[in-house]
Design a protein around this ligand. Structure first.
Ligand code: DGJ
Length: 717
């Protein structure tokens, strides 16, 4: 008997017994459903995951069931989701159905908890799935409970395992590095395992973003095809395993990366894994993005439905070279140009070791008395006087070895006791597994807020991965460090949010080194990339927009790539949460006038960009142009951004190649189209068109000019 024929009957154990309808557990959104089946052997199988069927009886006829949570040590020979080492050293776990509950929350989400237990050991696992019906968004996590009398060790503790049976699978991943985040690569999955993961700890997503798409049957497409877009809500090490088995089935296992992270579970202790969040779409990746964006604004992001402030940041104007006069001048400029917020970046603190550069001072969060002899209060007062909000940069999880904090509390630092230290950006990570350190980190924000209650914004930076991996606090539980670190961070953020619910916070990790929905429960937005070259940003923002709404993607106008016009740079930044990080004094009169007008323009349409539906119309990956559209929730107002990247100079591109077909409008409504944000400050009317015309015939919005950008306002009349 070949391996293939031998294994098949085991895996399809439940396949030959048609399920009784009453044994089915249905977890459904408006359009999709997961159907679990409690089989005759009392084990739980995933019977179906896909579009809802019109005839509910059909679910019980589907033959292809696979065990819902594969465990180590039983009959399946592929990657398990759960692996428990029991107190007697037996490593096998079998999970049988105990009961399940389904409840609906006031926000309309439904939560299903399927309780499973091992008949031999007192190990229990809850499989928990929350559904947001109108968004077709599902969140799955597991809870692993040690009911034994002695500690057990969990080796693998995935949040979710999903099975798919399709002819082919195309995986889109988002990887890169500092300043080149979220590059898109698509590849077809074939037999075996593909793993996307991180083991960097704090700056977990430096090389690989914690999200992906799987397109089924055909390569991914913006507007058509079945797709799953998924992400883990966890600000630490993650792992997605895509395994195509011998039957062509795809097993998707998502969760914390168990790398170097075996956990001891004491008797009666429960380990709760983070949520694997995913959505399904039958209309391509565009719809999947819109599902996630809506869900995130309504249910996940801090202040998800609130407005966002246009900010002026001093970092690229001054770097570390700051003083009271310079910063006060910038605050006045912020008022003059119409900014909502001024953000003071790195360099304002440290006295014994002044933060003149990135080699020292991190950890000593008192303002430097030479730079700010009158304290930060002078700045918050100046801002208040100018009706501008004040924000400040901190990097509270980190320490420079040249700092008083390091001198006084080396035991708070993650560092190997018996080896020379090595540094990433001259710094080390504080040990947030230690409650004393959590108090200290909370105290950084709390002290600043107590001293300067007019601070309304924090930029929370995190420039180093966890290096020199050893915790003084965990002592003989070193393998708990990565996971407990994140729990410690969340404890601190929870305390901050409880005490300062209105504070606005930007998550930053040298750019998008942290970009996850776990963090965004506490943070309002994140710094997408240190790379603000608008050409690169077109790609970087295109990548991040697959998962995150414009509202959380901080996009600043800077001097990166001065070969592009200020307008081009600004138009790219307007597709996110707009800010400026350039020296406004360097602008000539015309540029300054453009900036003032651009901020006004952005404010006039930002509700549509930040809270509306995104349509990625023309891809920079496939053409020498890009076009992205945002439609407000009424369908009455839209903004279209078009970019001509590098057509050859004066190339006479075909008319058909200039045409952009809009999406998301009402075909029967009439819309006035005008080009706004023009260098001459005059809007140009393009006429009135039906929604059908704009979506079917389209308008020639692209040009053959290099580095050209246009903004169109589409308003229902
Ligand atoms: C890295 C961030 O990404 C930058 O924006 C800036 O805040 C620097 N850190 C400051 O050190």
């Amino acid at each position: 008997m070949s391996f293939r024929t031998f294994i098949t009957p085991l895996i399809f154990l439940a396949a030959f017994t048609a399920a009784k309808a009453e044994n089915l557990i249905k977890i459904e959104s408006d359009n999709y459903i997961i159907v679990y089946d409690v089989a005759g052997n009392n084990r739980v199988y995933q019977r179906y995951l896909g579009k809802k069927l019109r005839h509910p009886d059909d679910y019980s006829r589907i033959a292809n069931s696979r065990e819902a949570l594969l465990t180590h040590g039983m009959e399946d020979y592929f990657e398990p989701a759960i692996h428990i080492n029991h107190a007697d050293n037996n490593q096998s776990t079998l999970l049988e159905y105990t009961n399940h509950t389904q409840t609906t929350a006031p926000d309309g989400s439904t939560c299903t908890v399927i309780s499973l237990a091992d008949p031999v050991y007192n190990s229990k696992v809850n499989l928990c799935c929350t559904v947001y019906p109108e968004n077709d968004v599902f969140k799955i996590h597991t809870e692993i409970i040690n009911g034994e009398n002695e500690p057990v060790q969990i080796e693998k503790y995935a949040s979710a395992l999903l099975h798919f049976d399709r002819p082919s699978y195309y995986l889109t991943q988002y990887d890169g590095d500092w300043a080149t985040e979220a590059n898109i690569t698509e590849s077809q999955l074939s037999f075996g395992k593909k793993v996307l993961d991180s083991k960097l700890g704090t700056r977990a997503n430096m090389f690989c973003a914690p999200f992906f798409n799987i397109s089924f049957d055909n390569p991914g497409n913006e507007t058509s095809g079945d797709v799953l877009t998924g992400t883990l809500a966890w600000t630490g090490n993650f792992r997605f395993t895509f395994e195509v088995d011998h039957n062509g089935g795809l097993r998707l296992i998502s969760g914390i990366n168990p790398y170097a992270s075996q956990r001891v579970l004491n008797p009666n202790e429960t380990f709760i894994t983070p949520d694997f969040v995913f959505t399904l779409s039958d209309s391509g990746t565009g719809k999947a993005s819109r599902n996630l964006h809506d869900w995130a604004r309504n249910h996940q992001i801090a202040h998800g439905n609130d407005d966002r402030m246009v900010l002026l940041n001093n970092w690229e104007t001054t770097f570390f070279d700051i003083n009271e006069q310079k910063i006060t001048n910038l605050i006045h400029q912020a008022k003059d140009f119409g900014f909502d917020l001024f953000l003071l970046d790195d360099g304002w603190f440290g006295n014994k070791y002044p933060r003149h550069n990135d080699t020292q001072g991190l950890g000593d969060w008192d303002e430097n008395s030479n730079i700010f002899p009158n304290g930060i209060g002078v700045l918050t007062a100046a801002a208040k006087n100018d009706s501008v909000k004040f924000g400040i940069w901190i990097e509270p999880e980190m320490v420079n070895p040249r700092s008083e904090l390091y001198e006084n509390h080396k035991d708070w630092v993650i560092t190997l006791p018996n080896r020379p230290e090595y540094y990433f950006r001259n710094q080390l990570v504080l040990d947030l597994t230690n409650p004393e350190v959590q108090d200290y980190v909370f105290g950084i924000v709390d002290t600043l807020m107590t001293r300067y209650p007019d601070i309304s914004f924090f930029k929370w930076d995190c420039n180093s991965p966890i290096t020199n991996i050893y915790s003084n606090y965990e002592k003989n539980r070193q393998s708990h460090l990565y996971v407990d670190y994140v729990h410690g961070l969340y404890n601190v953020l929870e305390r901050i949010r409880t005490k300062y619910p209105d504070l606005v916070m930007m998550m930053c990790s040298s750019g998008g080194g942290r970009c996850d929905y776990g963090g965004l429960e506490y943070f309002d937005e994140f710094w997408t990339s240190d790379n603000t070259d608008p050409l690169d940003r077109l790609f970087i923002q295109w990548g991040f927009s697959q998962i995150f709404p414009a509202k959380v993607l901080c996009a600043h106008v800077t001097n990166w790539n001065r070969n592009t016009s200020l307008k081009f740079r600004t138009n790219v930044a307007m597709m996110g949460k707009l800010g400026f990080d350039l020296n406004l004094s360097d602008l000539n009169q015309q540029q300054a006038a453009y900036c003032r007008q651009a901020i006004k323009n952005y404010n006039s349409f930002k509700n549509t960009v930040l809270n509306g539906d995104i349509y990625r119309l023309v891809s920079p990956y496939k053409t020498e142009h890009a076009a992205i559209m945002y439609v407000d929730k009424t369908g009455d107002d839209a903004v279209v951004f078009t970019f001509d990247i590098s057509p050859r100079f004066n190339t006479n591109i075909l008319h058909t190649q200039r045409v952009v077909h809009l999406q998301g409008l009402n075909p029967d409504s009439q819309y006035r189209v005008k080009e706004i944000d023009r260098p001459d400050a005059e809007d140009a009317e393009w006429g009135t068109f039906s929604g059908e015309y704009l979506m079917t015939i389209g308008l020639p919005m692209l040009t053959s000019s290099r580095m050209n950008s246009r903004v169109f306002r589409i308003e229902k009349i």
